[in-house]
Design a protein around this ligand. Structure first.
Ligand code: AHM
Ligand code: MG
Length: 284
């Protein structure tokens, strides 16, 4: 796994360089979810594909920016599902963006995810990695290298931050009440529109909740299971938190029927997730 994490470190520097130097405009194409692609989405995708072509441990790649599976090595053990540049539409307003990697062994279902990593491109480049049975590890880049900042990232039982995604006008009543109740308890709003920096902030500032519910316009939510939801669910669980859908099911138990399937999702510390289960009337 260290080989894959090392490759992700190399990728992080290359994508950061592209963000610093390349055109921030759109291309003429759209991705598998029908969203317009930025030149940076395509470039980041290319950087990742090129980097893993040399890693024989990797059997195949599945990208948020491409349809289908790219086969790489017959002898490979892992499939890497990745979002090359999450939140890329925030690059032109100079907000943080990220890359997300889910490393699966076998069929592409939640319980087969064996490791996760994400990179945040902000004032500095940061990396979080997680493997089974260990707390996530947090790294920060300095002078072309990643230094370990914390070898055991852990969420508090209860936090102070609330990151509620989705169009508020289209929230159902009980979701709105749940979000309002948190603010009534003193929670602070923290939502940039980039799930990587938003979830990163909650993880590192002791806890809280990030939600992207199903809404009347997008009943299954916006965030993609294989590339976004399951990799972050793994990291939140390894950090001692919880990650569930609107039915109270662990996101790690998701079985996507298509690589680009989405899911309503809630990631947080135990207090906030238990409160969400009450609000949604699902089992604690
Ligand atoms: P993307 O993969 O096309 O960048 O979309 C995912 C992003 C997430 O980072 C973020 O949480 C969400 O979209 C924001 O959506 P919204 O603009 O509806 O708040
Ligand atoms: Mg994304």
């Amino acid at each position: 796994m260290q080989t894959i994490f090392n490759t992700i470190k190399e990728i992080a520097f290359k994508i950061d360089h592209a963000i610093q130097t390349e055109d921030l405009g759109y291309c003429d194409s759209s991705n598998s979810s029908g969203e317009d692609q930025l030149k940076l989405d395509v470039k980041s995708d290319y950087i990742i594909e090129e980097a893993f072509k040399d890693v024989t441990l990797v059997k195949s790649l599945v990208s948020e920016e491409k349809e289908g599976v790219l086969h790489l090595h017959d002898e490979g053990k892992y499939t890497i599902c990745y979002d090359p540049l999450d939140g890329s539409s925030l690059a032109d307003v100079n907000l943080s963006v990220g890359s997300i990697f889910g490393i699966y062994e076998g069929e592409l279902i939640g319980e087969n995810l064996v490791a996760s990593a994400y990179v945040v491109y902000g004032p500095r480049i940061e990396l979080m990695t997680a493997v089974k049975g260990e707390k996530p590890k947090h790294y920060r880049a300095l002078d072309g290298f990643f230094n370990l900042v914390c070898k055991e990232v852990a969420l508090n039982e209860k936090g102070k931050l609330n990151a509620p995604g989705g169009t508020q006008q289209n929230w159902c009543d009980y979701h709105k009440s749940f979000v309002d109740d948190l603010f009534d308890e003193g929670y602070r709003l923290r939502y940039s529109g980039g799930m990587v920096p938003d979830l990163h902030q909650i993880l590192l500032k002791g806890g809280g909740i990030f939600s992207y519910p199903g809404t009347s316009d997008v009943p299954h939510g916006k965030l993609r299971q294989l590339f976004e939801v399951i990799p972050f669910a793994f990291i939140y669980e390894q950090a001692g938190g919880q990650a569930i859908n609107n039915k109270g099911m662990r996101l790690m138990e998701l079985i996507p029927s298509h690589p680009h399937d989405t899911s309503p999702c809630f990631f947080g510390s135990n207090y906030e997730i238990n409160k969400m289960k009450d609000a949604y009337g699902v089992k604690a």
